[in-house]
Design a protein around this ligand. Structure first.
Ligand code: ATP
Length: 253
């Protein structure tokens, strides 16, 4: 991929860096956050130690995935960033939809295609002299070699049709969607995204459980998200709102 070409194809005005290989683009940008003065997109052609939530791994194969992170500074502290991963998911899903690939959202931070995970989002933060740096990391499967699917150990999705698209143009379109979303989030918070997120919700009205390291904490019907990005769950005892933390959602079988 070509950093200059991506920057030229994008209208976001964000600096772009491409590296052939690194452990984690999120780790790299977190390490550089203190020295940044403007947003930066870091793309790895190959990411060897991609991170998910709670120490989980994001696996990818060179040439078959997009793995990148965008550093963005927000005014204010951490509480203002509640809902940011969901806003990022909304922006990614809408961009993929515009490119002819309809996808759905799984609370809190995944993109699904036909029920399987297509992309993961990991937002990490670091306090800045003024405000907070958010490092928005994204892994998106373009193609899925059998060997990689075996290593992941569960059914996963890919978008082979987009894999054939000009990679720099695809990256520029994703960057534009993300930059717009981060600006809107800074101005209006997740309230600007909740209705859009709910339109793309994979499990609306479906029975789900909320689990924490294998233990079921809640079960009920998924009723979308509120303006703070919390999952609304209609349980036997009424509606409750769940904060993302490290809990996971599972479809009830
Ligand atoms: P869940 O909500 O499904 O429990 P999560 O959203 O917390 O998980 P993340 O931390 O975002 O998951 O992502 C890590 C998980 O994603 C891994 O544990 C693995 O199961 C799965 N995974 C890893 N690499 C890929 C990939 N390339 N495509 C799809 N899924 C992947």
């Amino acid at each position: 991929m070509d950093a200059q070409r991506i920057a030229a194809l994008s209208s976001a005005g964000v600096a772009v860096d491409v590296v052939a290989e690194t452990g984690s683009t999120n780790a790299d940008l977190l390490a550089r956050a203190a020295t940044l003065s403007a947003p930066l997109l870091l793309i790895a052609e190959h990411q060897t130690a991609g991170r998910g939530r709670a120490g989980r791994s994001w696996l990818s194969a060179p040439g078959h995935s997009l793995t990148f992170s965008l550093a963005w500074r927000f005014e204010g502290g951490l509480p203002a960033l509640a809902g940011l991963p969901l806003a990022v998911g909304t922006a990614l899903a809408e961009t993929l939809g515009r490119l002819g690939q309809p996808v759905q959202l799984k609370w809190p931070n995944d993109l699904l295609k036909d029920g399987d995970k297509l992309a993961g989002i990991l937002v990490e933060t670091q306090a800045a002299a003024a405000g907070t740096w958010a490092i928005v990391g994204i892994g998106l499967n373009l193609a899925m070699p059998d060997e990689l699917e075996e290593r992941i150990g569960r059914p996963v999705a890919a978008v082979p049709w987009l894999a054939r698209m000009d990679r720099d143009a695809l990256m520029a379109a994703l960057l534009d969607g993300l930059a717009q979303a981060l600006q809107a989030f800074a101005a209006k918070g997740f309230a600007a995204f909740s209705a859009r997120w709910n339109l793309l919700h994979a499990y609306q009205g479906q029975p789900v459980t909320i689990v924490d390291r294998g233990e079921v904490l809640h079960e009920g019907l998924a009723a979308g998200v509120d303006d703070g990005g919390r999952l609304l769950l209609d349980t036997e005892d009424g509606r409750i709102a769940i904060v993302a933390g490290d809990v996971s959602l599972r479809v009830k079988t």
